[in-house]
Write a protein that binds this ligand. Sequence first.
Ligand SMILES: [Zn+2]
Length: 283
Amino acid sequence: MDLHEGLFFTTREEEMVRIAIGIMVIGMARLASGAQIDNGIPHAPQVTLEESKGAVIEKTVPVGPIKVQVVWSKKTAQPVIAITIDDCYSGALLEKAHEVAIRNDVKFTFFPTGNAVSQYPKMWKEIYAFGHEIELHTQSHTQMTKMSEEGQYDAYRKNIETLRSVLGEAVTFSYVRPPCGSGVFGYEKSGCMPSYRRAVERLGIYNGVPIDIAMWSGDSLFIGGKQSSGEEVQRYFRTTLSPGMIYLYHTRKADVGQLEEMVQYAKSKGYRLVTLKELLVDT
Ligand SMILES: [Zn+2]
């Protein structure tokens, strides 16, 4: 039991019951708000505590009706897209991306690792203050498929703690993105790995706001079996641009170097560039 758990829960059983109650409350709030995202993926069956790894509880306690959703894109006719940028290991390229946003009056959504946030705290404060959306990508880019539910939960909890230490304790998050899509790729039929879904449900309780899993619909990192060039990134963007797309980029030269042209091209076609939450919830 680590320090955090020790502060709030005396036993594993108590923790489970608290999580169950919390998930029910969040689930009811979410149903009441009518939030629904069309991601083409059927909702998972109700998760029970009995299924939780290592649970010592005999009885089955339903933790629904909350449903962690796996989001790939937004079904919409409106010309609106979201540009997302992952990992953020390069402070210089992160700054460049932010400058593109300032010059063109658009917002991006960043999925930094906790480690990347610790390296450039001042930059992240500025990015957050500007109105970019910042979401979760684990503390150190760990693969979901290589961890237990506890490991998955911890990887994001540390990511939250790091971000809160920089941005303020009241900051909440709405999405996790699994490094390399691990835990979702190969599980598309059911949405994602069962343990990952439970870890994300629990994370929503810790976060204070329910969390969904954000994937993407536009990815040009690898083209023709190798990392793409800037030219290929630009061509991919222009040929796939359509309403509701979620584009995935990284802080690498081939991506960030093309951002300004991509943004201006999209705008010239009448597109609005919004953050992920704006795309999925507000449009
Ligand atoms: Zn990543």
